[in-house]
Ligand binder design. Structure first.
Ligand SMILES: CC(C)(COP(=O)(O)OP(=O)(O)OC[C@H]1O[C@@H](n2cnc3c(N)ncnc32)[C@H](O)[C@@H]1OP(=O)(O)O)[C@@H](O)C(=O)NCCC(=O)NCCS
Length: 177
């Protein structure tokens, strides 16, 4: 099992993995819409030369509320990513591949200088990688989701201090139902 950055020849296989894992086209379409945008990262898990898993990161912005006291408190160069989607082919799930992809991805995001990662997903899964409810850092999701499903991981301790606000994904996410 190997995890590496996607290559141009991987695109069809990445679509297949996402469609199979989510049982719909939405996430595969989302990845195709986002690919190539600034600060997006795409990694694949390869087993016997076959792509069996995929993870994608794209930049989010934190919109601070009108409270003037907050303006400027958040470091101007704060770089935060959203983890979405992550998918493993159904026949390869529960073998640790999702964990490998997430750990590899988070390490790369850290190496590339990003300060935090948010994720919208199962509160039973992501805390094992260090994610905590984003609400604890004063971060809210732009979508109507249960508080515990929106999580954040600081890649650098204290990076989110003074950074409370509304987290907005790229507009490409709005087309995902
Ligand atoms: C989520 C996903 C990527 C995990 O990949 P994986 O390779 O199966 O994950 P791992 O083998 O590393 O981890 C399996 C563990 O995660 C748990 N888990 C996996 N997906 C979960 C989910 N959606 N909710 C809760 N727990 C989940 C399993 O119960 C298992 O727990 P255990 O180790 O206590 O038995 C994969 O299940 C998948 O593609 N699911 C469909 C797409 C999806 O829902 N993606 C996430 C959107 S946020």
């Amino acid at each position: 099992m190997k995890v590496r950055a996607e290559k141009p020849e991987d695109l069809e296989a990445i679509r297949r993995v996402n469609v199979a894992a989510f049982e719909r086209e939405g996430e595969a379409d989302l990845v195709d819409r986002l690919r190539g945008a600034a600060s997006t990262f795409s990694f694949v898990a390869v087993e016997s030369e076959q792509i069996v898993g995929h993870i994608f990161f794209s930049p989010v912005s934190i919109v601070q509320s009108g409270r003037s006291a907050n303006v400027g408190e958040c470091a101007g160069d704060l770089r935060v990513l959203g983890l979405a989607p992550v998918a493993v082919s159904p026949e390869y799930q529960r073998q640790g591949i999702g964990s490998l992809l997430i750990q590899f991805g988070l390490k790369e995001c850290t190496r590339l200088g990003f300060k935090a990662v948010v994720v919208l997903g199962s509160p039973a899964y992501y805390p094992r990688f260090g994610f905590i409810p984003a609400k604890e850092k004063g971060l809210r999701c732009e979508y109507p989701v249960p508080d515990e499903a929106f999580m954040v991981l600081e890649l650098e301790s204290g990076a989110l201090e003074g950074c409370a606000g509304l987290v907005k994904y790229r507009s490409e996410f709005n087309q995902l139902e």
